[in-house]
Write a protein that binds this ligand. Structure first.
Ligand code: URA
Length: 216
């Protein structure tokens, strides 16, 4: 599939909603995605939709989304300025974590979105999204840091907002990381008091995905 054949994100999502092998498709209410391109160039990537997202067809509309909005407001952004997506596009039953198979079957879809949007920075929210871009990285030690990626799109790691809902002491950590993200953007995504660790890509499937992103 050639990304340039899609002239809107809506058409891209409609294509991949049909052409994906995710087992959750049969049990979820609908796929969950956004259709506007972000003026800020910031793309947040969560784990998988929850109950509210499954019902509404839009990412981060529940309590984690409200916290995300609050954090964005602190750095003078609104949801309309950014793009929000997920590693897996369908709700796993009972909000369980997505399986490796589910992540794998939604991978091309996420790649296609990124190729279409050409983000300025990718912000993985939590472990599942971080692993997708920076192999072997641990969210507890990597949050608030920027990582280089072979696509030349910086990866800025953050805790998932849901983690701060379960563990309120993480809320101030998340807030600080949003301020660091703002400084990172204001510096033109030049490294500003944040560490850069080169991510390794050894798995051929991962190398292929990276090559796809390199074609941006
Ligand atoms: N959590 C996620 O990871 N994604 C959503 O869309 C909502 C909650």
């Amino acid at each position: 599939m050639v990304i340039s054949q899609f002239d809107t994100l809506k058409k891209l999502h409609e294509y991949y909603s049909v052409n994906n092998g995710c087992g959750l498709k049969k049990i979820a209410t609908q796929p969950v995605y956004e259709i506007h391109t972000p003026s800020s160039g910031i793309v947040f990537i969560g784990e998988a939709p929850g109950k509210n997202e499954d019902l509404e067809g839009e990412p981060f509309v529940g309590s984690a989304g409200q916290l995300l909005d609050e954090m964005l407001k602190d750095i003078e952004f609104t949801r309309k300025d950014v793009y929000v997506s997920n590693v897996v596009k369908y709700r796993p039953p009972n909000n369980r974590e997505p399986s490796d198979d589910e992540k794998k079957s939604c991978r091309v879809w996420l790649n296609a979105e990124l190729l279409f949007i050409k983000p300025k920075v990718i912000v993985p929210l939590g472990r599942h999204a971080l692993e997708r871009f920076v192999q072997g990285a641990k969210i507890s030690t990597c949050h608030g840091l920027a990582f280089s990626h072979p696509s030349n799109i910086p990866i800025f790691a953050m805790y998932h907002p849901a983690a701060a809902l379960y563990n309120p002491s993480l809320k101030s950590v998340l807030k600080d990381d949003f301020i660091k993200l703002k400084k990172f953007l204001d510096s033109g995504c030049k490294i500003y008091k944040v560490e850069v660790i080169k991510s390794k890509n050894t798995d051929p499937a991962k190398e292929k995905a990276v090559k796809d992103i390199l074609n941006l």
